[in-house]
Design a protein around this ligand. Structure first.
Ligand SMILES: [Zn+2]
Length: 268
């Protein structure tokens, strides 16, 4: 009798494992998209020491070398990845629109000038689409000479010159700030935030938003929607599927230290 119970328990255990594996497999096969997130892209020879350790390895998590970025984009190109536009991505998440099986959404935060100087030509060469989230109160009127040692942002002219690749969306107007380590979006009144987001929307091309520092709470969702935005991007890792909440979209922040294999897993 005892043997039968043990056997039954083993069979039950195996059954549960098989069921779980099939479930995971089925879930993985549901159409999904990865959203990739970048900030600064510098060639190794121009890297300021503030972004590296003593041996010259990049330690700043917001910096990816242009050499690595090029390899990643070449991989996407060679493997027939489709780079979605924001509206294509929205249509997939909200309406379940069909998209090519290998699709990604490439995004950049902050409107950093290095993205224009170094990433834009690589994206253009591959005929890729990408999104740039701008802090709209901080767009320089004049174009300055590129200086990797300075924190520089894309000028109006550079924004206009790169619309063949970038779609410009919002990263707040004046709220990419912190007070005692707390992000403004978690600190300011909902009215203040709404005013800021409304102002920012006038200065971008597309009604999409990315949370500064990836910080948000769910009280912000209706505010962002009422301000006219269709989606908001966070920084939690994970694939995006139809039916996901459009106001906390997952993104993979790409770091210099990631291997090519890790990048491939993220993109897949
Ligand atoms: Zn940012």
């Amino acid at each position: 009798m005892k043997h039968y119970i043990v056997l039954a328990l083993i069979l039950l255990f195996i059954g549960i494992i098989v069921f779980a594996l099939l479930k995971i497999k089925a879930y993985k096969e549901i159409p999904h998209v990865s959203v990739l997130m970048y900030h600064d892209v510098f060639y190794k020879k121009e890297l300021p020491s503030k972004y590296t350790d003593k041996r010259g390895n990049i330690t700043d998590t917001c910096v990816v070398s242009a050499e690595n970025f090029k390899k990643q984009m070449d991989f996407l190109k060679a493997n027939n990845y489709h780079t979605l536009t924001l509206d294509e991505f929205y249509d997939f998440v909200i309406n379940g629109a069909k998209i090519p099986p290998k699709s990604v959404l490439i995004t950049f935060d902050d409107g950093r000038k290095s993205s224009y100087i170094n990433a834009y030509p690589i994206l253009k060469e591959n005929n890729f689409n990408a999104v740039m989230f701008l802090v709209t109160s901080k767009i320089p009127n004049k174009t300055a000479a590129f200086n990797p040692n300075k924190y520089q942002r894309m000028s109006k002219e550079e924004i206009n010159n790169s619309k063949d690749v970038f779609e410009f969306a919002s990263h707040t107007h004046k709220m990419h700030e912190k007070e005692s380590e707390t992000a403004y979006l978690l600190l300011k009144s909902l009215d203040e935030i709404k005013n800021d987001l409304t102002e920012s929307l006038k200065l971008v091309d597309k009604p999409y938003f990315a949370y500064p520092y990836g910080r948000y709470n769910k009280n912000l969702f209706p505010i962002i929607k009422e301000s006219g935005y269709k989606m908001a991007f966070a920084t939690s890792k994970g694939k995006v599927r139809t039916g996901d909440n459009p106001y906390c979209i997952n993104r993979y922040g790409i770091k210099e230290k990631y291997s090519m294999n890790k990048f491939k897993r993220f993109a897949d």
